[in-house]
Ligand binder design. Sequence first.
Ligand SMILES: Nc1ncnc2c1ncn2[C@@H]1O[C@H](COP(=O)(O)OP(=O)(O)O)[C@@H](O)[C@H]1O
Ligand SMILES: N[C@@H](CCOP(=O)(O)O)C(=O)O
Length: 316
Amino acid sequence: MSVFTPLERHELEVFLAPYGLGRLRDFQGIAAGSENSNFFVSLEQGEYVLTLVERGPVADLPFFIELLDVLHDAGLPVPYALRTQDGEALRRLAEKPALLQPRLSGKHVREANAHHCQEVGSLLARIHLATREQPVERRSDRGLDWMLAEGPSQALKLDEQALPLLRDALAEIAELKPRILALPRANLHADLFRDNVLFDGNHLAGVIDFYNACSGPMLYDLAITLNDWCSQEDGSLDGARARALLGAYAALRPFSAAEAQLWPAMLRVACVRFWLSRLIAAESFAGQEVLIHDPGEFQRRLAQRQQINLPLPFAL
Ligand SMILES: Nc1ncnc2c1ncn2[C@@H]1O[C@H](COP(=O)(O)OP(=O)(O)O)[C@@H](O)[C@H]1O
Ligand SMILES: N[C@@H](CCOP(=O)(O)O)C(=O)O
């Protein structure tokens, strides 16, 4: 699905030459993904992924390059922009911004277990610890203000059951916004779903797709992550997986009292963010060959997050 821009072998060879990584052996478009055109590229000196940026926050590419350098330098398994022999990271190919990154090993897991969740919890804490002293600043384009701006018009299109659920969640966001914004901050992945994590057997081998990354409250990133990794089919949380993820995170970064208080609400905020983006995507990409995720999944999760029996461990 996601090779929007096909490439000729010759133009790719010309593009790759300045990296000094040897001759092109093979390349292949990657079907997964929905935003950009991605290719596996095999060169004499190793395996890489080439991304042509098709849409999204193109002006913020220097932010993503800088953040991934910071995380790579901290020893985290993330892709980062390779430099040409002249030191260039962000280049152009087929009239699109283009980046070459190392290919990470591993596969996505569909059915997460408590061990996967524990690994993901540790990894997320390590991203936050690596950046909280000096976050690389970027405002999310799907933040609280965006939810409050987009939410009311989406709510009006919902049925009688869904409308009050979204309306009440938006009212809660408006009320809690100042307290949420005052929570401890760092850089957030902000989309750490199963399809953005690679596992090699039981070992977490990579985290990809940082195009939603931003600076913001760490607790929000944790809620986004937990809502994907620890939800069951009906939207409720699986206690064993959720405790594994939270325990592993808290072992590296203990929570503050303010975070413990806002935790149940934060799980709801994180549901609203993806419910809205999926509703909007379903509307704007209807009939096109673009992967559209089910908005109903986040409606069910939000409905299940009205009563949360999952306190944050080790809260001060
Ligand atoms: N650095 C990488 N190493 C290994 N596989 C990658 C890497 N980057 C992307 N991929 C593969 O490409 C797919 C699409 O990447 P993704 O960043 O999710 O695309 P999009 O930006 O279009 O959503 C991923 O599911 C993964 O299989
Ligand atoms: N993981 C998300 C997709 C990414 O969010 P977007 O706002 O960049 O489309 C999902 O499953 O909805």
